[in-house]
Write a protein that binds this ligand. Structure first.
Ligand code: ADP
Ligand code: MG
Length: 587
């Protein structure tokens, strides 16, 4: 093909790909514009995961009628005049690309009224071309409606993920801005249903209750500069107590001057602050605002501005690490910091009955009903105890005699064939897993009704997962009922979890669930079972009584596959009598 300059609309569509990758990027750009316009309230309505419609309404300063068409021109911005302005940048936008990009790949309308104007302006564009402009009555502020995204770029449309995925992405975008701007009121409706909202009263903690859920927020520690100090690089926000951690860094959310950033090095700084306080492969949950002079950070590195460059990265790294470390260490000397307002406390009826983790009873004897739950009345308890009649099942290991517990993590036992070191957590996971599978196979309801239904606040993304899998979850013993905004009512939990503080256990299972990639229903169920067993199993570091160890071994000896946990790790190490003799030179 000969070299030719691309027609303008084609060039625009190609360029748009950098900024508008998916519906969530449209939402992001429109929210940033609303924030830059000093909006106090931002409302987002979405239909069909954003493919059908995205509407962002704000009460910001609006655009004067004569400037409105210009807003859709490429490189048209009111936020910057020269490159030097970047050093003083107070706005999220500055490239003047977003509206032009969005308009080139969708059907767009804008209704806007400038604060000083008597009437508003209505504009309609399609594939980047202005089709209509007229005066129209409107309240102050701006409403941008984006319909049929990618209607003229089918290739791009093809790459979109499922509607569910797009919905969740949009939710995450909303949540991130809500965290960064707690004094702005946000609301998100998807297909006519309100899925997320904040009150705009300026409290980050209250926004976090909506985004992370109350269970998590109760375990967060505030991060802030020392009293009276205003360091050049200030770090504010919340970070988890060392006892609350996750398997990925995905829960470390960072903002630089009100801009969400993904920065592996800073996430590492946060994790580093927990050195020796948290297992090596675990990560805290944190939401941190890093505030520094605009001249210290280059935001113009990436079209979507997701990455930034610091003038002195080491200084930022150590400021973050020190701030988090101070919060974590300071917490041990004072009481838990996040105190709930009365209203919040009332939202969690079970809060007062929480059992400290350390006092969790072991869930080995299923007849021993925890104080939080009772057997489902319609189900005779004999069924479960009959299930637990161990002697009916064939032995898979020789009878072992307990010698003791090692490091509160391993059980030392002996049998004629030699010595056994048993990983108590892995072994218990195996036992629970097989119990579960047997109950499933016999189609026995494996649920315990909670004495009183209790409510849990869950992040919208988790709520969505629950809604999509209500039936599978019920089959596994969770009777959950979504209600209100981001709440579930828990009516029953799997028996395996009933001796724990069910609220905590359910929260743990759900939190893990959200991370997992779930493909297909059976995969979802299998994952869920694994997670229930993991949450229910005794942990490493838990001191066990002789009776508890004995019960654990008796059950392990009758497992079908006693040698590995359901994740495939070994449950025990066997050193034979012959091996011992050889090691000691007796052979
Ligand atoms: P940028 O935000 O980088 O300046 P955009 O294409 O997103 O570029 O927007 C172009 C211009 O349109 C902005 O600079 C601003 O002046 C105006 N504008 C866009 N959205 C709004 C809004 N919601 N309220 C007021 N002005 C807006
Ligand atoms: Mg913008």
């Amino acid at each position: 093909m000969p070299i030719r300059i691309l027609p303008e609309h084609v060039a625009a569509q190609i360029a748009a790909g950098e900024v508008v990758e998916r519906p969530a990027s449209v939402v992001k750009e429109l929210i940033e514009n609303a924030l830059d316009a000093q909006a106090r309230a931002i409302r987002v309505d979405v239909q069909g995961g954003g493919r059908k419609l995205i509407r962002v309404s704000d009460d910001g300063c609006g655009i004067p009628a004569e400037e409105a068409p210009l807003a859709f021109a490429r490189y048209a911005t009111s936020k910057l005049q020269s490159l030097d302005d970047l050093d003083r940048l107070q706005t999220l936008g500055f490239r003047g690309e977003a509206l032009a990009s969005i308009a080139s790949v969708a059907r767009v309308t804008m209704l806007t009224r400038h604060i000083e104007a008597k009437v508003g302006t209505f504009l309609r564009l399609e594939g980047g071309r202005l089709l209509e402009q007229r005066a129209e009555g409107a309240p102050h502020g701006t409403v941008v409606t984006v319909e049929d995204l990618f209607f003229n770029t089918p290739a791009r449309l093809k790459f979109l993920k499922s509607e569910t995925t797009e919905r969740r992405q949009i939710e995450s975008v909303l949540m991130r801005y809500a965290m960064a701007y707690p004094d702005v009121r946000f609301s998100l409706s998807q297909d006519g249903r309100l899925s997320f909202a904040t009150n705009g009263n300026g409290s980050l903690a209250e926004v976090l209750v909506e985004t992370l859920g109350l269970e998590i927020v109760r375990q967060l520690l505030p991060v802030q500069p020392p009293e009276g100090e205003r360091p050049p690089i200030a770090v504010y926000g919340y970070t988890s107590a060392p006892t609350l951690h996750r398997t990925t860094r995905a829960y470390i959310t960072l903002f630089v001057n009100g801009r969400h950033v993904q920065d592996a090095s800073l996430s590492y700084a946060v994790a580093q602050a927990y050195h020796t306080l948290m297992p090596e492969d675990r990560y805290p949950i944190a939401v941190l605002m890093i505030v520094l002079p605009p001249s210290e950070v280059d935001v113009n590195v990436h079209p979507t501005k997701a990455e930034v460059r610091f003038r002195s990265p080491e200084a930022v790294f150590s400021a973050v690490q020190r701030a988090v470390r101070r919060a974590v260490l300071g917490a041990s000397s004072s009481s838990p910091i996040f105190t709930l307002s009365r209203a919040e406390s009332e939202r969690v009826q079970h809060a007062s009955s929480a059992t400290p983790k350390a006092q969790r009873a072991m869930q080995l004897d299923t007849q021993d009903v925890g104080r939080h739950t009772q057997q489902v009345p319609s189900e005779p308890s004999s069924e479960l105890s009959a299930e637990e009649d161990l002697t009916k099942r064939p032995r898979s290991l020789p009878p072992m005699r307990i010698v003791g517990q090692l490091a509160a993590t391993y059980i030392i036992a002996e049998a004629p064939a030699g010595m056994y070191l048993i990983d108590q957590h892995a072994a218990h996971e195996r036992i629970l897993y097989e119990q579960y599978m047997r109950a499933q196979a016999q189609r026995k309801p494996y649920a315990q009704r909670t004495l009183q239904p209790f409510t849990l606040s869950v992040p919208p993304a988790t709520l969505r997962l629950i809604e999509e899998n209500l039936e599978s979850m019920r089959a596994l013993g969770f009777e959950l009922e979504p209600f209100g905004i981001n709440m579930v009512r828990v009516h029953a939990v799997p028996t395996a979890l009933s001796n724990h503080n069910p609220a905590e256990a359910v929260a743990e299972v759900l939190a893990d669930l959200e991370q997992g990639k779930t493909a297909g229903e059976s995969a979802f169920e299998a994952q869920l079972i694994l997670r229930i067993c993991k949450a229910a199993a005794v942990k490493a570091g838990q001191v066990l009584s002789y009776t508890e160890m004995n019960e654990l071994l008796r059950q392990l000896e009758r497992c079908e596959h006693p040698l590995s946990c359901p994740h495939g790790r070994p449950t025990l190490i066997h050193i034979s009598a012959a091996q011992l003799a050889k090691e000691f030179g007796r052979a």
